[in-house]
Design a protein around this ligand. Structure first.
Ligand SMILES: Nc1ncnc2c1ncn2[C@@H]1O[C@H](COP(=O)(O)OP(=O)(O)OP(=O)(O)O)[C@@H](O)[C@H]1O
Length: 599
């Protein structure tokens, strides 16, 4: 790909630093093309065809066109968020001001606001902005300076009345859609970018909120803070006339590129006058949609780029380091994770409520199953069944909350990671730092409920720690699964696929030496098997069993059938730790690869 993005040559540092005041830059692009390979015997499909456009600094531009015309593709290519790949070829020249830059390096000066507002639902507006400012403006700013920047941003965005309200989401009540969009804009604008791109900023908003958002974008651009470009669907007249420029696309061709004020005349001159009392945007959309590319070419609406790209522009990179240290990232992520855990009361109550309810039920059903007192009438089958049920519930109890939370957190991670807000290590560590104590607390509650009711024989601490190890390893499996899929529904459907096979390989229903040899290896991926091996040793060891009622022989038989050996406890613990780490690393790698292809 030979895309170049340029910044002014006269004062490059001023244009790249954290300058206060006007930073907006002109933006022009020439002959942008994008084609996608379609398979061996098919011709590559063109998605963008010699697209061109030029917008002045501090202006507000919309990209319009029928569905599938290439609006998002164009926005993503200009924003440097789409690069050439094996199957996707991108070509063309993009100029910012006048000097060439590396689009990846220049990313810090470009803000991109996604269509879906991916902001932590348990943060307040002020906290979301402070989080972004603290991590993206570098370590050089004091707390007071950050607070001042955030307060100014809140005022600029008109968010004073909801500054300390939760952003909210599906499960937590929060600010309105328009306020959430403003917050998303603020989170990106806080880095003082030269160029701001927004994908459908008005989608899902009522007409008044949509108007207020575009009005805000106009004010921000006209203040000289940045040059703004966004895609938009069917704007009302009032909204459309707020834009300075419009780029209209038809099947990847430019059918209009210029000021909104000159659009009606251009359409008239090409034989498509705007009927009286008609919204110009609707008229332009209608014509673009109705007429074929050839007709629009013949009529002079679709035309080649009127200018040539300058040859050999100078290259400039933005080497300014604005990312906070890993330690700062970790502290902020930990803080946000703590707030999320504390504030999502429904999730907390659900998690511990279900644990208490299920384990009370186990306690009632298996009451005294582990008792050594012959008069209670316990037997080996009930005793082992009780242990199995408690362990299975520990496995699902830890995996479920992680899995349910993950798809909601995933888009937030993808946005923040791809904008360089933090790196993967502090993110994963901050998650684990909260998951471990939560899982421990859940297991302590679980065993506190069942231990005496069922009269388990193992040491309370040992058995609790074993089920805790199982819980956190299962949560890692859930994190891996959550990293792979985008929505809660798919994740929930896939959970049994990952956890139920564990039951088959754990040795409860079938001896592991009876499993067909070609698939027996899979037992080594099962955390439940290793946790049960340890549990068998601490609960069903020789000195825990009673020779007189035949339990000793049953215990020994079970240990033998499942290959459980007393001297391998260290190995079983090691395998659990290794599985925990492997699933976590796998999940992190998957997330990182998703972040690269998110746009
Ligand atoms: N990476 C890709 N590989 C293959 N086809 C793609 C790719 N990206 C986009 N397309 C196709 O290119 C066309 C333009 O897509 P794009 O999302 O840019 O259109 P759009 O105008 O933003 O549409 P909408 O308004 O429906 O969001 C569509 O037909 C889309 O399916």
């Amino acid at each position: 790909m030979s895309i170049v993005v340029q910044v002014p040559q006269d004062d490059p540092e001023a244009s790249l630093g954290t300058a206060e005041g006007p930073r907006a830059k002109t933006l022009s692009f020439f002959d942008l093309s994008m084609t996608v390979e379609q398979g061996k015997d098919q011709k590559p499909k063109p998605l963008l065809n010699n697209v061109w456009g030029s917008v002045e600094a501090s202006s507000l531009t919309c990209i319009m066109g029928p569905s599938g015309a290439g609006k998002s593709s164009l926005l993503n290519v200009i924003a440097g968020r789409m690069q050439s790949t094996k199957t996707l070829k991108i070509d063309g020249t993009i100029l910012v001001g006048g000097a060439k830059i590396d689009p990846v390096e220049f990313k810090r000066n470009i803000a991109y606001v996604m269509q879906d507002d991916a902001i932590s639902p348990t943060s307040t507006v002020r906290e979301a902005l402070t989080f972004s400012a603290s991590l993206r403006l570098g370590g050089g700013k004091s707390k007071d300076e950050i607070a001042e920047i955030v307060n100014k941003m809140i005022a600029d965005l008109g968010l004073q009345s909801c500054a300390d309200t939760f952003v909210g989401g599906e499960l937590i009540k929060g600010i309105s859609g328009g306020e959430r969009k403003r917050t998303s804009i603020g989170v990106e604008l806080i880095t003082d970018p030269s160029l701001v791109f927004l994908d459908e900023p008005t989608s899902g908003l009522d007409s008044y909120s949509a108007y207020k958002i575009v009005e805000l974008l106009k004010a921000l651009s006209h203040q000289g803070r940045c040059t703004i470009m966004c895609t938009i669907h069917q704007p009302s007249s009032e909204i459309f006339l707020l834009f300075d420029n419009c780029i209209m696309l038809k099947s990847g061709f430019v059918s209009y590129g210029g000021p909104v004020s000159g659009m009606a005349d251009k359409f008239s001159a090409c034989g498509f006058p705007v009927p009286p009392n008609t919204n110009l945007a609707d008229h332009a959309m209608w014509i673009t949609q109705m007429e074929s590319v050839n007709t629009l070419k013949d009529k002079g609406l679709i035309m080649a780029c009127p200018e040539k790209a300058p040859s050999n522009p100078e290259t400039l990179t933005d080497s300014s380091e604005r990312t906070a240290t890993t330690w700062t990232q970790f502290k902020w992520l930990l803080w946000r994770e703590g707030q999320a855990t504390k504030r999502d009361k429904a999730a907390l109550i659900g998690r511990f409520g279900i644990t208490i309810f299920l384990n009370t039920l186990f306690g009632i059903i298996f009451k005294g199953a582990g008792s050594k007192d012959d008069t209670v009438g316990s037997n080996f089958g009930d005793h082992f069944g009780a242990m199995t049920m408690v362990f299975i519930s520990s496995m699902f109890g830890a995996a479920q909350p992680t899995l349910l939370a993950f798809p909601a957190q995933r888009p937030i991670f993808l946005r923040e990671y791809s904008t360089g807000t933090y790196s993967i290590m502090p993110y994963v560590l901050s998650k684990i730092m909260f998951e471990l104590p939560m899982a421990l607390a859940q297991n302590v509650v679980q065993w506190a409920v069942v231990y005496n009711l069922i009269e388990f024989r193992a040491n309370f601490i040992l058995i609790t720690l074993t089920s805790f190890a199982l819980g956190v390893t299962s949560a890692s499996v859930a994190a891996l699964l959550g990293s792979a899929v985008a929505d809660i529904k798919t994740a929930t459907e896939l959970l049994p696929l990952v956890l139920v096979p564990q039951l088959l390989f754990a040795g409860f229903f079938i001896r592991t030496d009876s499993i067909p040899e070609f698939i027996r290896w899979a037992q080594h991926l099962c955390s439940l098997k290793y946790a049960m091996n340890i549990a068998i040793l601490v609960e069903f060891d020789d000195d825990m069993c009673d020779e007189s009622d035949g339990n000793l022989a049953l215990c020994r038989g079970m240990r033998e059938a499942n290959g459980v050996e007393t001297n391998l406890v260290g190995f079983y613990i090691g395998v659990l730790v290794a599985l925990f780490v492997a699933f976590r690393v796998g999940g992190a790698l998957l997330l990182m690869s998703k972040a690269k292809t998110v746009f």
